[in-house]
Ligand binder design. Sequence first.
Ligand SMILES: [Zn+2]
Ligand SMILES: [Zn+2]
Length: 129
Amino acid sequence: MSETPTRMTRQRSILLEVLRESHAHPTADELHSKVREKLPNVSLATVYRNLELLTNQGEIRTIELPGMPRRYDGDTYPHYHLHCVECGRIVDIDHRVLPDMGTLLKKTGRFEVLRMRLELEGICEDCRK
Ligand SMILES: [Zn+2]
Ligand SMILES: [Zn+2]
């Protein structure tokens, strides 16, 4: 294939659109079935390849937690996650709840923060009922 890395294919832009609409931090499998509603012939391998490209281009983020399939996040604005250890859901934490640690670290000097990952583990409201 002679595809240039920066060219946004239709498959990739639909994938990005689907991911940005979702706030559930879906897996590649979940994204695949969503994308197939719009592009019935798209393969899981293509979805994986495009997810990798989008990650490398900084368009999306990945969330990796031990023992769980990799999840994807269309929101690249720095934010933190709450992970429910009962049902596995990952929800965004309102950025106003926690201090912006990137800025805090910058204020200490010396260290340039490139990216930050913070996942808090707990039990969600539904699972506590
Ligand atoms: Zn839960
Ligand atoms: Zn998120």
